[in-house]
Design a binder for this molecule. Structure first.
Ligand code: PGA
Length: 253
């Protein structure tokens, strides 16, 4: 049985005080109501990481960043390396989110470099892939996702792949209120798992958690998560409200 993962992506929301307060609220909730079958992760802005790590210590909620540099250290003004992220106590980093790909022009080559560095630093990578609306309409969504995985991930050694969680996030569903149907999600998740099987073998494919992201909310999470190849979700907007996030975690049980 693959474990389910529900990861909240806070994006660029909440100042330091608000963020730490919210981390404390979630820590308290999940300490009192431990999620039985799902791992809960929150991916905060960089500035929250060290404080959130202290709040979440020895609890049930894991911590991640939303991006990282492609270099370990040096003269890269404004960047934050995987090694620095790890030193805060965080365990995860999101790489390849569509907002990074689109607004910051991060391409497959760069994302591949970030992923390898983050894994070699000891972080787990939530690697995002997904097609834009036109690509789905042109029926090229499988080609696009295949390319993103082949160029971004498939240079990894089999052992390194065990530090990866894949998040399929159709870009047309992110923050739009449109959600992929459970069938569309399952179809793509199965396609992704088949690609991993072809490249790395059955055991790696069977072990790989593949999360769905894109307007996931309490009203649709249970149905999407019930599909055999959907192993949880990467949650944006609904991760900013305790009740919604908790309800989505509960849908993964
Ligand atoms: P959303 O974002 O849940 O607000 O659509 C998901 C994501 O971008 O990870």
């Amino acid at each position: 049985m693959r474990k389910k993962i529900v990861a909240g992506n806070w994006k660029m929301n909440m100042d330091l005080n608000e963020g730490l307060k919210f981390a404390e609220t979630l820590h308290k909730h999940f300490t009192e109501n431990p999620p039985a079958k799902a791992e809960v992760v929150i991916c905060t802005p960089y500035i929250h990481l060290a404080g959130a790590a202290a709040v979440l210590k020895k609890g049930k909620v894991s911590l991640g960043a939303q991006n990282c540099a492609s270099e370990a250290s040096g003269a890269f003004t404004g960047e934050v390396s995987p090694w620095m992220i790890k030193s805060t106590g965080a365990q995860y980093v999101i790489i390849g989110h569509s907002e990074r790909r689109t607004y910051y022009k991060e391409d497959d080559r760069l994302l591949n470099k970030k992923t390898a560095l983050a894994i070699n630093t000891g972080l787990k990578v939530i690697f995002c892939c997904g097609e834009v609306k036109e690509e789905r309409e042109n029926n090229t969504h499988f080609v696009v996702v295949r390319r993103q995985l082949e160029e971004g991930l498939f240079t990894l050694q089999p052992g390194e792949l065990d530090s990866v969680v894949i998040a399929y996030e159709p870009v047309w569903a992110i923050g739009t209120g449109l959600t992929a149907s459970p069938e569309q999600a399952q179809e793509m998740h199965k396609f992704i798992r088949d690609l991993i099987r072809e490249k790395y073998g059955k055991e790696s494919a069977d072990r790989m958690p593949i999360l769905y992201g894109g307007s996931c909310k309490p009203s649709n999470a249970a149905e999407i998560f019930s599909k055999p190849d959907v192993d949880g979700g990467l949650i944006g907007g609904a991760a900013l409200k305790k009740e919604d996030f908790v309800a989505i975690v509960e849908a993964a049980l």
